[in-house]
Design a protein around this ligand. Structure first.
Ligand SMILES: O=P(O)(O)OC[C@H]1O[C@H](O[C@H]2O[C@H](CO)[C@@H](O)[C@H](O)[C@H]2O)[C@H](O)[C@@H](O)[C@@H]1O
Length: 376
């Protein structure tokens, strides 16, 4: 099948950065133009910033709130205001540690199924994506929790890469935002399209579900073009996540973010079957398929024989925009809880919050203690 075409405009399907309504959320209409962005593009060809790239830049800015360190440094008063805002936000998204009983009471008599994002949830956000190591303490906490509760990692990274960081065989892994799921063998999935039998690195038979497998050659092609198109932008980094590609701009000078946005759009405008989503200082290029982390949660629950809400309480912990799909599935299904990891106020579909990976670790440890001491 020819997945590439040169005549259709880019599909811009960015999920809403929930902390601000952005023009980047609007499909391309050609009706508006951001003047100040136009004026701040120093290196653009002919001085024109593509409107879709301009909308994208809005989203890049709104999905990249200043970190706590720089806020505190800027101004003590401002930091006090921010703390007040954070405390107010906690009323809407209570701490999962402070509200631990509220989470575990409904779990009595049920099995908890745990879903964990990786970057920003199990490992702190760092400048170099290749160095996002999780601590040994966190690894021990995840290993312990997985002894008591079925546990899966759902990451935007490729499945292999996230496994190299986590290195625990007792978990299930879904890479590429859920487009690459390795789970236990289920006979009932044998007829499922895109589901094949394979073996894991222990030689155990597993099911491999890859709903975007036909996009593999296209993703490789786009990865190479993106590497080529961004190689002169200092600090830009392109990461091949197998079924999606990440373009990092964390280390790019903010004045050059427009250039990053434009270069990415220049490449993907030729691929109408690819779309762009936003993460934490990263643009994620992915296939336009009806699949996301939320669908992956549903699929994994089914694969693990845990899809009956009467007996199972799923908990999903994540920090990023793409995790919202999973929070939404749990909220709308009235089944389980999303926990957003954030140290800044953000609108979310999660029910609870944790401040950072350190608090995630405490939460995982508390679950183990609760399970060990629970009589039910
Ligand atoms: O779904 P996730 O596991 O959260 O993956 C989302 C992206 O995570 C990584 O990037 C983020 O973490 C990096 C390391 O801390 C950081 O440098 C970067 O700015 C963040 O966006 C990963 O490198 C990406 O490929 C994933 O898409």
């Amino acid at each position: 099948m020819d997945l590439k075409s040169n005549h259709t405009a880019l599909v811009l399907a960015d999920p809403a950065p929930l902390n601000r309504v952005s023009s980047g959320l609007l499909p391309y209409s050609g009706a508006t133009f951001s003047q100040n962005l136009f004026l701040t593009v120093p290196t653009m060809k002919a001085g024109i910033l593509d409107i879709r790239a301009s909308n994208c830049l809005d989203s890049m800015e709104s999905s990249s709130p200043p970190d706590k360190k720089s806020r505190d440094f800027n101004n003590d008063l401002e930091s006090t205001d921010t703390d007040v805002a954070y405390r107010a936000w906690l009323l809407k998204y209570p701490s999962a540690l402070a509200s631990f009983d509220q989470i575990t009471n409904p779990a009595k008599g049920k099995r908890i199924a745990l879903f964990l994002d990786y970057d920003g949830t199990l490992s702190p956000i760092v400048d170099n994506p290749d160095c996002a190591f999780m601590s040994n303490d966190m690894r021990a906490a995840v290993k312990n929790v997985a002894e008591f509760f079925p546990t899966a990692i759902i990451s935007g990274r490729s499945r292999d890469k996230v496994y190299e960081f986590v290195w625990l065989t007792e978990l299930n892994y879904a890479g590429s935002h859920g487009m690459d799921i390795m789970g236990p063998v289920r006979q009932s999935f044998d007829d499922h399209s895109n589901c094949i039998r394979s073996t894991d690195n222990q030689g155990k038979e597993v099911n491999l579900f890859q709903p975007a497998s036909e996009f593999l050659p296209m993703i490789d092609e786009v990865f190479n073009s993106l590497v080529n198109n961004t190689k002169d932008i200092r600090g830009a980094k392109v990461e091949n996540n197998k079924f999606c590609v990440s373009v990092h701009y964390r280390n790019v000078d903010e004045k050059d973010w427009t250039v990053v946005a434009q270069r990415v759009h220049d490449v993907i405008r030729n691929y109408p079957r690819l779309r762009l989503t936003h993460g934490r200082k990263v643009l994620e290029v992915r296939p336009v398929i009806n699949w996301d982390k939320g669908k992956a949660v549903t699929f994994l629950l089914e694969s693990l024989g845990l899809s009956n809400c009467e007996d199972v309480l799923p908990i999903y912990v994540g920090d990023d925009q793409t995790d919202e799909d999973a929070f939404k599935v749990l909220r709308e299904g009235n089944c389980g809880y999303g926990i957003l990891v954030s140290s800044v106020p953000k609108e979310s579909n999660a029910f609870f919050s944790l401040k950072d990976p350190q608090e995630v670790m405490e939460f995982l440890k508390s679950l183990v203690v609760w399970k060990k001491t629970s009589t039910l």
